[in-house]
Design a protein around this ligand. Structure first.
Ligand code: FPP
Length: 241
């Protein structure tokens, strides 16, 4: 579901891109090779979205808890983001993709926040897909920040949700479909507020192998789900029964 301030049509899919490390280790490669190959999966998946009815795609690239990983892996991921912004911005603009990076920016390496701002500005006119990459993102921290900011103030779900999204540099947009690759079945502090009514899809596929067919399969399953948002599918029939 789109926010009133974002008229972009289409569903919001969010993906926890898990399995890069295992994908690499199984091939006798360093974990970094899994992350690098994961960037190709990002390109394939993003470019498949408009054709599948997805207008917003949020990808979990680095959680706030990922700072605990070894410094060389963290450094490698930050370099990968820098290279991604440098190499992909022109292609994103050409394919009508607006890029946003959600998450905290104050702990990123020097120069990276500015590179993010440049890529966001260069792709701001994109209308086919809003690609949001979550970096140094924590849903719990976002909810906590919103609660502290609004403490004692009268509020609504919509206004509170806007604060939650704003705390991570984002705009409020409920998740329709939440996918996790890599076989694990958990949310790992991702979009906890926004995914209140998301349909969940877990796949064994490791992220570097993920692509259009996997996204299409998740969407096909999504369209078969009965989304009731806490209500009833057919209130008249159910009430009479
Ligand atoms: C989780 O898999 C994946 C990550 C922590 C990083 C995801 C990053 C990318 C896909 C590429 C980065 C791209 C940009 C644009 C920054 P894991 O490594 O924890 O996998 P494992 O569970 O198999 O160890």
């Amino acid at each position: 579901m789109q926010s009133p301030s974002d008229p972009r049509p289409g569903l919001h899919a969010a993906i926890i891109m898990d399995g890069n490390g295992r994908w690499a280790t199984r091939r006798g490669l360093p974990r970094a090779a899994g992350h690098r190959t994961g960037v190709e999966a990002i390109r394939r998946t993003a470019e498949a979205c408009p054709g599948l009815g997805i207008g917003t795609l949020t990808l979990y690239a680095f959680s706030s808890d990922n700072w605990q990983r070894p410094a060389d892996e963290v450094g490698g991921l930050m370099r990968l983001l820098r290279v991604y912004l440098r190499n992909e911005t022109a292609r994103l603009a050409r394919t009508g993709t607006r890029l946003s990076v959600v998450g905290r920016r104050d702990r990123l390496p020097a120069g990276l926040p500015e590179a993010i701002e440049r890529a966001e500005a260069a792709t701001a006119e994109g209308r086919k897909l809003h690609l949001r990459i979550a970096v140094d993102y924590s849903a719990r921290d976002a909810i906590l920040a919103a609660a502290v900011r609004l403490a004692g103030e009268p509020t609504s779900r919509a206004a509170f949700g806007a604060e939650v999204a704003g705390a991570m540099h984002g705009s409020p947009v409920d998740v329709d479909l939440l996918i996790r690759t890599g076989g694990e079945k958990r949310l790992s502090d991702f979009m906890l507020w926004e995914a209140a009514y998301a349909e969940l899809h877990f796949t064994e596929q490791m992220w570097p192998d993920f692509g259009e067919d996997d996204l299409a399969a998740a969407m096909a399953e999504f369209t078969r789900r009965d989304r009731r948002f806490g209500g009833l599918t057919n209130p008249k029939v159910s009430a009479a029964a």
